[in-house]
Design a protein around this ligand. Sequence first.
Ligand code: ADP
Ligand code: MG
Ligand code: MG
Length: 251
Amino acid sequence: MLKITDLHASINGKEILKGINLVVKPGEVHAIMGPNGSGKSTLSAVLTGNPAYEVTHGSVEFYGKDLLALSPEDRSHEGLFLSFQYPVEIPGVSMVNFMRTAVNEQRKYRGLEPLSASDFLKLMREKRAIVELDNKLASRSVNEGFSGGEKKRNEIFQMAMLEPRLSILDETDSGLDIDALRIVAGGVNKLKSEKNATIVITHYQRLLDYIAPDFVHVLYKGRIVKSGGSELALELEERGYDWIKKELGEI
Ligand code: ADP
Ligand code: MG
Ligand code: MG
């Protein structure tokens, strides 16, 4: 599904990613952890095509296509979904209209007819139930005046609507109380299938109590310096990152 090979990326001439290698297959959940400033958000920004970042070396294949050659819109149409660490507000655009446009643009890209109004509302209802998103929120402007928890829940709702092949959740747990965390994680788990995959980026182990990852990677100073199973996340929670720095001979 996703194959990242020796990926290097810079912002304002400063190299942040220094040779990332990662393979993700359908059905897998990968967690990317690491101290603040390691490049986790940079990696998700590069994968979704944020133009502020310059890829200086390496390649990213998504179902055999050169992902880096696609526009951000086409990456999304191909089935890549990114949840932002800081979701944007879009005043004046209701969630319903925003989602109808997004869903129908994706259908058009795939050669499908737009959904009828009634089929669209049926889809909305079905997906809203997965994340327990209130109907009132769905009729309001995108994220405007939403609490942190509501924004995150809304993101998982958008993810449910678009049925992505690969979802990248960047710090989806930041700003969530324990109930919202459960709902968001529960939504991710309900959407999990043999056909899709998820990359969960998180600074803390907390979210991984609910979303069990198959693989855990430690990103540090722009490189994946350690990979393991879910036990690695627990070890990081217990011991912090210093033992990894020791292994690298830094301290
Ligand atoms: P993480 O998500 O792991 O906390 P980031 O990817 O946000 O890390 O940041 C990685 C590094 O890139 C940090 O040193 C950060 O200061 C730097 N960085 C991120 N965005 C910018 C930017 N717009 N301009 C300059 N440096 C940046
Ligand atoms: Mg950060
Ligand atoms: Mg970040």
